[in-house]
Write a protein that binds this ligand. Structure first.
Ligand code: 4H6
Length: 197
């Protein structure tokens, strides 16, 4: 699985290069390509936004710069996902479906969003990670990368995929315990002590 991220803040993704996802990137189980949208600005000041037609607060990302960033990474089998508060809310079923893709392009918006015309042309799916507003699409993009990567063979053990997922019968996990048998006067439930750890 290859993820390409179109973002104004590629450094934010340093965070996801640590831990389990970082290991999966290092051993080439998954690939993470970071593209700085600003690199595609032809403006002498590297401007990527402009004021909205019709007025209103804030700025809108201009279409041509976003399109050129997209063109630099797209292949015949790329799926483009736009992370936005208006998108369809992500769930475990959607995550599992996305893990069957070959190349996912994650488009991260900033300011008040991106010019609708380039979205209409390149976006396959608009996804939200929940009903709240963030300053940018980067954290939602990282959520998608983390959740989808768990389904890629070799990222985590196969047992863990279904064990920790809500996909199966919508069952929540049981509470978990490890050593010691007693902590602050609280004991591990007796029924678990006879089982192998
Ligand atoms: C696209 C359009 C995703 C992206 C507008 C993104 C929450 C989620 C953004 C905006 C996001 C989510 C910019 C509108 C800041 C509000 C970035 N917020 N916004 N729930 N913000 O997945 O102002």
């Amino acid at each position: 699985m290859k993820f390409s991220v179109l973002t104004l803040f590629p450094e934010m993704f340093d965070v996801i290069k640590t831990s389990i996802i970082g290991k999966a990137i290092e051993n080439k189980t998954i690939e993470l390509e970071l593209v700085n949208i600003r690199d595609f600005s032809k403006n002498k000041h590297k401007k990527v936004d402009d004021t909205p037609y019709g007025g209103g607060a804030g700025m809108v990302m201009v279409p041509d710069v976003v399109y050129d960033a997209y063109e630099s990474v797209k292949t015949k089998n790329s799926k483009v996902i736009y992370l936005s508060p208006q998108g369809k809310t992500l769930n475990q079923k959607k995550v599992e479906d996305l893990s069957k893709e070959n190349h996912i392009i994650l488009l991260c918006g900033h300011y008040e969003g991106i010019d609708q015309r380039v979205l209409d042309e390149i976006v396959d799916e608009e996804i939200s990670i929940g009903d709240y507003v963030l300053t940018g699409g980067e954290i939602p993009a990282m959520v998608v990368i983390d959740a989808v990567s768990r389904y890629i063979p070799g990222v985590i053990s196969k047992d863990s995929i279904n064990e920790e997922s809500f996909a199966n019968d919508n069952l929540l996990e049981y509470p978990q315990y490890t050593r010691p048998e007693e902590f602050h006067n609280m004991k591990v439930p007796e029924v678990l002590l006879s089982r192998p750890s």
